[in-house]
Design a protein around this ligand. Structure first.
Ligand code: 13P
Ligand code: ZN
Length: 273
């Protein structure tokens, strides 16, 4: 391999950023994404990596991410530009052996640092790595309009958002059977939002940031993107229904739970209580 961009996961990272931009979820520099690379992927490009920064403190300790490599978007970089200039807008970073510091080893050629939400991404990668036996590798944060709109209309409670969004598309409870978490408005990039999201991500794969956006975790790019896409589409339907005078009929709780068996998913019935 002669170029980092030839690595399949880097190409997919770039394409997913572009798909997200095309969806309208990433105005300006809005949103960020990170991918925990596989050891074999790092081995394939190792000869193309070089120290491009000193070790810098992450701000938190993520012991189970020690020595891992992440592909991550740059802070303040516009999603719109990732496809045409990936090497200036994204980077690869290495975590040190204690899980306390990171350094840039590829990308951000015109300067820059990983997303301001990097500590939040890493804390949540750490939690999801443990909870899923290493299966989850992608974290995606974006600003989809209908999800944000709902945070001005519905009570900011996990059960309310889960129920309302599950009900909008029959496949929603199949796609995210655990439901959705919601955190109140918080300063973005702060340790408070990292910890609050981390508490919710133990239970859910998607956490709504009130009046800000959504934070999703998945096994791969398609699963994380598909989760965000499904929730945003359901939110759009809900906004339309609310705008047209509200629901005239409903999917019942019994009907939602009836999906568990044929689709072999464990829909959390406590979210409907
Ligand atoms: P960054 O440009 O630092 O990634 O911030 C964008 C954002 O959406 C913050 O929540
Ligand atoms: Zn944001």
């Amino acid at each position: 391999m002669n170029c980092v961009l030839e690595l399949k996961s880097v190409a997919k990272f770039v394409d997913t950023c572009n798909q997200s931009w095309l969806k309208g979820w990433n105005e300006r520099n809005g949103g960020n994404m990170s991918y925990r690379m596989k050891a074999e992927e790092v081995a394939e490009i190792k000869h193309l990596l070089a120290d491009k920064s000193d070790w810098r403190p992450i701000g938190i300790t993520v012991e189970n991410l020690a020595n891992e490599y992440f592909t991550v978007t740059g802070s303040g970089k516009f999603y719109m530009n990732v496809k045409n200039e990936p090497e200036n807008n994204i980077c690869i970073v290495k975590i040190d052996e204690k899980g306390e510091n990171y350094k840039i080893v590829w990308g951000l050629n015109e300067g820059g640092v990983p997303t301001s939400e990097f500590p939040t991404h890493l804390l949540n990668h750490s939690i999801k790595k443990e909870k899923t036996d290493g299966k989850h590798r992608v974290i995606m944060h974006a600003h989809p309009a209908n999800i944000i709109a709902l945070t001005f209309l519905l009570p900011l409670e996990d059960k309310v958002f889960t129920r309302e969004i599950w009900e909008m598309i029959t496949e929603c409870p199949i796609v995210f059977p655990a439901g959705i978490g919601v955190v109140p408005w918080m300063v973005c990039g702060s340790s408070d939002i990292a910890v609050a999201t981390g508490e919710k991500i133990k239970q859910f794969d998607a956490v709504i940031w009130s009046h800000h956006g959504i934070f999703c975790s998945g096994e791969d790019f398609d699963v994380a993107f598909g989760l965000m896409d499904t929730i945003e589409k359901a939110a759009e339907i809900l906004i339309k229904v609310m705008s047209c005078g509200g629901k005239k009929q409903f999917i019942t709780s019994e009907q939602i739970l009836a999906l568990s068996e044929p689709y072999n998913v464990n829909i959390d019935k406590t979210m409907l209580e």
